[in-house]
Design a protein around this ligand. Structure first.
Ligand SMILES: Nc1nc2c(c(=O)[nH]1)N[C@H]1C(S)=C(S)[C@@H](COP(=O)(O)OP(=O)(O)OC[C@H]3O[C@@H](n4cnc5c(N)ncnc54)[C@H](O)[C@@H]3O)O[C@H]1N2
Ligand code: MOO
Length: 414
């Protein structure tokens, strides 16, 4: 297990960059992606670039909420199961009929759900309250004026903003855009993110492992995280700890990308390929006051493209993505909401934390009890624990221990 006190003793607080400072640096690196007009079917998950003002009302005309009969409610005042009122059925109005004649007093129009209400009708009697007749209909109940109707504009009024710029276009948002007649929408293009893992110990899943080798997992994990955050990832073939090989991959791919995300090769060892390749080329490396995720780097490589270098330990990589990259990517892609939901929860067990570093512990938040329990130890290699967690507990840098029942912030991961 990681010895918090020992690790903390390696870095004096003045050497460490505050988490917020690094977050702002990463956010400033990513430029807004361009606006494109796309068919609705290609907009899922993207952010709307300008307000969508409704060119029509929803509903756009008064219509029936039930299959039944459009009536004048005064004609049914006396209707009951014992003494039905019989009316001639003057018209049949299926949904989609565009020429709807007015309803004359003492008559009914058979009408279907969503069909235009005839002028003169003030209510719909559901078919279940009638004998279902087509020439004449017997009505077994009265109906209040206004009953079973859907009024024009009661959902969305013509000329009002139905979706604001920055809204993430999910299923319901695309639905309402289609409902007001939009065939295409202006959206911010998804950020294109290259994901490159480094390490001579890495082997592709599915291939045999030699002692001392491990399966490459950060690349796939970060690509998935990029996609979940609304980006378009390209997972590059991982490279060994070899600066030439690293540069060769960069030369081949970066022209098309908004961001290069690397993992590994940034700490204090003898073979730090990412640091060796990028230092002095516009990328700065620092130790951030957090755990996991201390060794970080970011910048614009030779002024050409944005780079964020994440530490290789898998949990450090993922936590760093959550804390720095996800919000920056969402902002670059025009999303108004760039943060995860944060809840306050009562600790189900005590914990200790290293002094001077913001700690992100993996946890399981129980929304019913409002409590959170720790999932696994603090070690940044414990990917199995991360995979079971549903939240990150964020512990301020000035806190070194907390008792059971203490209230902590938990960032929900979904
Ligand atoms: N003397 C010091 N040693 C270390 C320090 C330090 O400050 N002084 N920092 C430690 C911390 S904290 C972290 S985090 C790691 C970060 O190191 P790197 O970013 O250089 O990452 P690597 O050394 O390449 O790998 C660390 C660890 O993660 C595994 N790894 C790397 N890439 C992948 C991948 N794509 N998939 C799965 N696992 C991966 C790698 O095998 C190592 O076990 O440095 C500490 N050391
Ligand atoms: O800061 Mo490292 O990311 O703890 O493992």
């Amino acid at each position: 297990m990681l010895d918090d006190a020992y690790v903390s003793s390696l870095n004096t607080p003045s050497e460490l960059t505050p988490v917020d400072e690094h977050r702002a640096k990463v956010a400033a690196l990513l430029r807004r992606t361009p606006v494109e007009t796309r068919p609705l079917a290609d907009c899922l998950g993207l952010a709307l670039a300008t307000d969508l003002v409704a060119p029509i009302s929803l509903p756009s005309f008064d219509n029936s909420a039930m299959d039944g009969y459009a009536v004048r409610s005064v004609d049914l005042t006396e209707a009951s199961a014992e003494q039905p009122v019989e009316l001639p059925v003057a018209e049949d109005i299926p949904a989609g009929r565009v020429d709807v004649p007015p309803l004359q007093p003492g008559t009914a129009h058979r009408i279907m759900t969503g069909a235009q209400l005839p002028p003169g009708a003030d209510a719909v009697l559901p078919v279940e309250r009638t004998d279902g007749g087509t020439d004449k209909v017997r009505m077994f109940a009265g109906v209040q004026p206004g009953k079973h109707l859907r009024r024009a504009g009661e959902d969305v009024a013509h000329g009002t903003t139905v979706l604001t710029a920055g809204t993430r276009l999910g299923a319901a948002q695309l639905g309402v855009a289609a409902a007001v007649g939009a065939a295409e929408l202006p959206v911010h293009r998804a950020p294109r993110v290259l994901v490159l893992s480094t390490g001579s110990e890495l082997v592709a899943p599915g291939e045999p492992l030699q002692p001392g080798q491990i399966y490459e997992s950060n690349g796939l994990m970060l690509s998935a995280a990029v996609r979940e955050a609304g980006g378009e990832p390209t997972l590059l073939r991982f490279v060994p700890d070899d600066v030439e090989a690293f540069h060769a991959v960069l030369a081949e791919h970066v022209a098309s990308a908004d961001l290069l995300l690397t993992s590994g090769g940034v700490s204090a060892g003898a073979y730090e390929v990412v640091k060796d390749a990028l230092q002095g080329n516009g990328v700065e490396f620092s130790k951030v006051a957090m755990q996991p995720g201390m060794p970080q780097g970011c910048g614009r490589y030779r002024d050409a493209f944005a780079v964020v270098t994440l530490p290789g330990n898998p949990v450090s990589s993922m936590v760093s993505f959550e804390v720095f990259v996800r919000p920056a990517m969402l902002a670059a892609a025009g999303h108004a909401d760039t943060t995860r939901t944060v809840k306050q929860a009562a600790l189900a067990e005590p914990l200790t934390a290293p002094a001077g570093k913001q700690q992100f512990r993996r946890g399981i938040y129980d929304p019913d009890s409002g409590s959170v329990s720790l999932q696994g130890a603090p070690g940044s290699h414990l990917l199995g624990s991360l995979a079971k967690a549903n939240c990150l507990l964020t512990i301020r840098e000035d806190i070194t221990e907390l008792a059971t029942g203490s209230i902590v912030d938990v960032m929900l991961l979904d």
